[in-house]
Write a protein that binds this ligand. Structure first.
Ligand SMILES: [Zn+2]
Length: 229
């Protein structure tokens, strides 16, 4: 007879898996919350300071939530502070928001963030995106800047120009008088008078025909203006 001692039906319980080691965010994981997927993008802020300027950047990678939150924060700050300098106004107040928009486009394409519990990251969960950009004060600044620029352009284009006293085509030109200055006007519209002659001042007290008022534009040119009736 063989030894009839009971044989174990199965082997001993397998040892529990070793606890997973905590680790920092790896490639493809959000630098703030450790979630994946994440895009390797950078968001920027520009600060214009009259003649100086300052550029700040926050490189990623960012998950979708942290990326949108960071974009809204820095874009709002750039729109508020990016205009107040000469070079800033010409270059960076436009280029920094555009670059941020390109980064936002990449972040928005990501799937919902999923966090590996083994990751130790600065944040325990993705950032909340917060209020949309259009509900923050930043976008008001470029709107006001654009409105003021448009107003200045419209005023420059529509403001009546001064008469050029050196022009040879002045006789026949209709004019309006604004603050003692002659400005060209269309003869078909309202006007104060019409230039009859352009003369160099002589010794006569009134070189224009009798009864015609004289407007002196420059020391060396006299314009005889017939008032409109
Ligand atoms: Zn994140």
């Amino acid at each position: 007879m063989s030894d009839s001692s009971p044989q174990p039906i199965s082997g001993p319980d397998p040892a529990p898996p070793p606890p997973r080691e905590h680790r920092g965010p790896g490639p493809g994981e959000c630098r703030l919350c450790g979630s994946a997927p994440a895009a390797d993008v950078t968001f920027r802020q520009h600060v214009g300071m009259v003649l100086l300027m300052q550029a700040r950047s926050r490189p990623g990678p960012y998950c979708r939530s942290c990326g949108i939150a960071t974009f809204r924060d820095l874009q709002n700050r750039t729109l508020l502070t990016g205009w107040w300098g000469v070079i800033s106004l010409l270059v960076f107040s436009w280029s920094t928001p555009l670059r941020n928009l390109l980064s936002l486009r990449r972040v928005r394409r990501l799937g919902a963030p999923v966090r590996d519990p083994a990751v130790i990251s600065p944040l325990a969960a993705p950032l909340l995106p917060g209020r949309p950009l259009w509900r923050r004060p930043g976008p008001l600044v470029p709107l006001v800047v654009a409105a003021v620029a448009l107003l200045l352009v419209v005023r420059a284009v529509t403001a009546p120009q001064l008469i050029d006293p050196t022009s040879d085509s002045l006789p026949g030109q209709c004019v309006v008088v604004v603050a003692g200055e002659l400005r060209p006007a269309g003869c078909s519209g309202p006007h104060d008078g019409r230039i009859l002659q352009k003369l160099s001042p002589g010794t006569l007290a009134d070189p224009c025909a009798a009864g015609v008022p004289v407007r002196y534009l420059r020391d060396d040119v006299v314009l005889c203006v017939e008032p409109s009736r």
